[in-house]
Design a protein around this ligand. Structure first.
Ligand SMILES: [Zn+2]
Length: 171
């Protein structure tokens, strides 16, 4: 395919005005009230959600504001570390588009006690080695349970849960 216009060669690029600049990308980010409490909870092995008394939804990850009712949420709710797979993917591609030997299984999981169709994004583990085996063990609706890091290794991050493992095999 030929494009209209004048192509530049390497010499032309030397004529172009350029600025050399070393970026300093240090920053601080505040999680806010809801996520700070959520991450502190994870460190203790607890999964905390927020409930809105107006629409009765239980929001996870927690939010201090209900975007449907347009009002503050009302109560902290402790969820079980079990739930079901809402959707998932078996990925053989890394974030940089390189190929993976072992698949990664990202999934959206609805925890018990959370509202319908409200899920958290995490990974599935202990589901098998081959694609065939994985697809035998997991599916939408399959029950899963969190596998936590050891208590002294937790740091108040979503990775304090290593992955979710299937607890009920598909029929
Ligand atoms: Zn609401």
């Amino acid at each position: 395919m030929e494009f209209k216009g004048t192509p530049l060669d390497t010499k032309d690029f030397e004529k172009v005005f350029k600025v050399e600049w070393k970026s300093k990308l240090e920053y601080e980010w505040d999680c806010g009230i809801a996520l700070t409490k959520f991450f502190e909870g994870l460190k203790q092995g607890k999964i905390l959600a927020r409930k809105c008394y107006s629409c009765n939804r239980v929001l996870i990850p927690p939010r201090m504001f209900c975007e449907i009712c347009f009002r503050p949420t009302d109560e902290w709710i402790l969820l079980k570390d079990e739930g079901e797979i809402l959707t998932f993917s078996v990925s053989y591609v890394n974030w940089d588009a390189s190929r993976r030997e072992e698949p990664e299984i990202p999934a959206v999981i609805r925890l018990d006690g959370a509202s319908e169709n409200i899920g958290i994004l995490h990974k599935i583990g202990e589901a098998g080695d081959s694609l065939e085996e994985i697809l035998k063990n997991i599916d939408i609706g399959v029950r899963v349970k969190a596998v936590w890091k050891k208590e002294h290794e937790r740091e108040g991050a979503i990775t304090d849960i290593l992955y979710f493992k299937p607890i009920k095999r598909r029929k």
